[in-house]
Ligand binder design. Structure first.
Ligand code: NAD
Length: 266
């Protein structure tokens, strides 16, 4: 049995991750942490997840969590994630990170932590989106800059970062297909008199509203024709299922920074 610990247990993904872990074979829900001061502290993790009580309660002791489990799954906030990666690095414990919105310095901190711990870091844990990443890279490599690349994403009204981590990952995949760095060509917002579109740019457009789980499209707009690759998430379970699969894959693995393409063998 692989012992899994969950951080951010009171969050939307935290609750799903606990239910997914409790319902999966070969793993056990061994601990969970909430942010200090959260009213969920002391509550049974099963009850928090909306399933049967499991006899394990939510604590605020992140060090104890890392000491008692084989692998931690973390979908929280960038600052918390960097802190948690430090705990993983100190102990060489596996960590699966789904948090998005990390800045370059925070991503660098994960790379440092991955020198001594196996870390899976992916902006999107779903099988479909990871296939979309591969397809985007391939299509971008096959077409030249006569085809303008635009990435459109829609998420629920509670999402706090934009463009989504998945949209940025799709941008990176498209840029890699073209053999350029995303930073050199990304056009992350347009407003007012922007002038004509610059050849080779990769544009982003963001919609927020309602309870949309996550839609992403990559548009390759040429003259007289357009290719659109689209993924629509209908259920957050696609992320929690992928995360538990990543946790099983990562537990006990050699240190390194891995992605979902490693986990899924794509
Ligand atoms: P949420 O706001 O519902 O949950 C985040 C939780 O983290 C909150 O309960 C908060 O209290 C908790 N938290 C913050 N700091 C903490 C700390 N120091 N210790 C413990 N808990 C702490 O958000 P959400 O919708 O669950 O999303 C969480 C993150 O996961 C976001 O960055 C989101 O973009 C990302 N996400 C990733 C994927 C993926 O597949 N990789 C899928 C969905 C969401």
């Amino acid at each position: 049995m692989i012992r899994i610990g969950i951080t951010g247990c009171a969050g939307r993904m935290g609750r799903m991750l606990m239910a997914e872990t409790a319902g999966s074979e070969g793993v056990t829900l061994a601990g969970g942490v909430v942010r200090a001061g959260n009213s969920a502290e002391g509550q049974d993790l099963g009850v928090l997840a909306g399933i049967e009580p499991c006899g394990v309660t939510a604590t605020t002791d992140i060090a104890a969590l890392f000491d008692t489990v084989d692998v931690v799954i973390d979908f929280t906030t960038p600052g918390a994630t960097v802190d948690h990666a430090g705990h993983a690095a100190d102990r060489g414990k596996a960590l699966v990170i789904g948090t998005t919105g990390l800045d370059p310095a925070q991503e660098q901190a994960l790379r440092r932590a991955a020198e001594t711990a196996p870390i899976v870091f992916a902006a999107n844990m779903s099988l479909g989106v990871n296939l979309l990443l591969g397809l985007t890279r391939k299509v971008a490599a096959a077409l030249d800059a006569d085809f303008d690349i635009e990435i459109v994403e829609t998420h629920h009204r509670h999402k706090v970062d934009a463009p989504s981590g998945t949209a940025l990952a799709l941008g990176k995949a498209a840029a890699a297909g073209r053999g350029v760095a995303l930073d050199a060509v990304a056009q992350r917002a347009r407003d007012g008199h922007t002038g004509a579109r610059r050849r080779g740019d990769i544009g982003f457009a963001v919609l927020r509203g309602g309870d949309v789980v996550g839609d992403h499209s990559v548009v390759f707009a040429g003259t007289g024709e357009r290719i659109e690759l689209t993924h629509r998430a209908g259920d957050r379970r696609i992320y929690s299922r992928g995360a538990v699969r990543a946790a099983v894959w990562a537990a006990g693995r050699a240190p390194g920074l891995y992605g979902m393409s490693d986990v899924l063998g794509l």
